[in-house]
Design a binder for this molecule. Structure first.
Ligand SMILES: [Zn+2]
Ligand SMILES: [Zn+2]
Length: 364
């Protein structure tokens, strides 16, 4: 089967060519990628939102021919919008699913992810996050660990890079030859929290989706590592691919201003990460309040104090000015969080281990 010709996928407006032998498919708001070798063998990277199997098979048939099967499915991480069709496709194609060992608890029913943080603000996507599925799937009969030497199963010339922070076992994939980076959610190429940006697809480098990122120190380290690769093309889980100087300048800016532009000003994991191990979540910081009701409460208090406020307005203005200067200063001085370093690959997990009660998922 000749798969190397850049055959255009027709009849499906969501498919796009990200790089030579790399095709993207958007399912609702998340991308997955088909990556091929020159000989036509290929893998699927991520599997979209639930209910995407038909769409993925159709796109695969258009690129590789009817009844084409990949050699493997590879997961950048296990969030629900990247594993939607994994079970169905792995069964139907009868292929292994590769993931990082630190991601295994969330793919084998052992642990839930740390709870998402709807308090980080930033629009509809974040406020909706409470409704996203949180229960782990169990694909233990299909799952395989990524090779420890960094090579990517089936694919030649690619390597995987552990990029934790957004999730503990998050990976990105890099093709050295033409510096193509498949990012996953380590960073995104549109504003991850804005529902408007989801629709308009304005290309712009942003940090990982905040509502689902439980370790900002690791997330920072990870984008730094990806920036050091000086990618020519970045194909992310969210947003259209970016390339060249525009990509590198914006990625560099993200790395150097990460705690100002990517880390939320407030939120559950801002000062303290979720602690995880190879069996799943160990502990999480307590939840913080949603900022919106607080803002409303403050507005109410201001209204009640209206008369008094007007009498003191001049003085308040001065105070306010001083305060905002001070807060800008504080922002710039924000300390790095004291994260547990999660960069070392832990020992492989015993696939027969199954005690969901040991790592309880019933977080508030
Ligand atoms: Zn994610
Ligand atoms: Zn995602």
């Amino acid at each position: 089967m000749e798969a190397t010709s850049a055959r255009n996928i027709t009849g499906n407006q969501h498919t796009f060519t990200a790089a030579p032998r790399v095709w993207g498919l958007k399912t609702v708001f998340v991308n997955l990628y088909f990556v091929a070798n020159p000989d036509g063998s290929w893998v699927l990277i991520d599997t979209g939102v639930p209910g995407s199997a038909g769409k993925i098979k159709q796109a695969a048939a258009e690129i590789f021919g009817q009844d084409a099967r990949p050699g493997a499915i590879i997961l950048t991480h296990g969030h629900f919008d990247h594993i939607g069709a994994v079970k169905e496709l792995a069964e139907e194609w009868d292929v292994p699913v590769y993931a990082h060992p630190m991601e295994l608890p969330y793919l084998t029913g052992q642990s839930n992810y740390p709870p998402p943080d709807p308090s980080v603000g930033g629009g509809a996507m974040a406020y909706m996050s409470f409704s996203y599925p949180k229960k782990p799937i169990n694909i233990r009969n299909r799952i395989e660990l990524l090779p420890t030497d960094g090579s990517v199963p089936v694919l030649e010339g690619w390597r995987w890079i552990h990029t934790p922070g957004h999730s503990p076992g998050h990976i990105s994939l890099f093709r050295e030859e033409d510096r193509v980076l498949i990012v996953g959610d380590a960073f995104v190429t549109r504003n991850g929290e804005s529902a408007l940006a989801v629709m308009t697809e304005k290309k712009e480098v942003h940090g990982p989706p905040a509502y689902y990122t439980p370790d900002w120190g690791s997330a920072h380290h990870s984008v730094e590592e990806l920036n050091n690769l000086k990618p020519e093309i970045a194909a992310a889980g969210h947003g259209m691919p970016m390339r060249g100087a525009e990509l590198r300048e914006q990625l560099d800016h993200l790395v150097h201003n990460f705690w100002l532009v990517a880390v939320p000003k407030h939120g559950r994991y801002v000062h303290e990460p979720a602690v995880v191990d190879e069996y799943g979540v160990v502990s999480v910081p307590p939840p913080v309040g949603n900022p919106v009701p607080k803002i409303l409460a403050v507005a109410g208090a201001v209204a009640l104090a209206g008369l008094a406020w007007s009498a003191w307005s001049k003085r308040s203005q001065n105070k306010k000015y001083g305060y905002s200067k001070q807060s800008r200063h504080r922002l710039a001085q924000r300390p790095y969080s004291h994260n547990r370093v999660l960069r070392d690959t832990p020992p492989a997990i015993d696939p027969d281990y199954d005690d969901p009660t040991e790592h309880t998922n019933n977080y508030p």
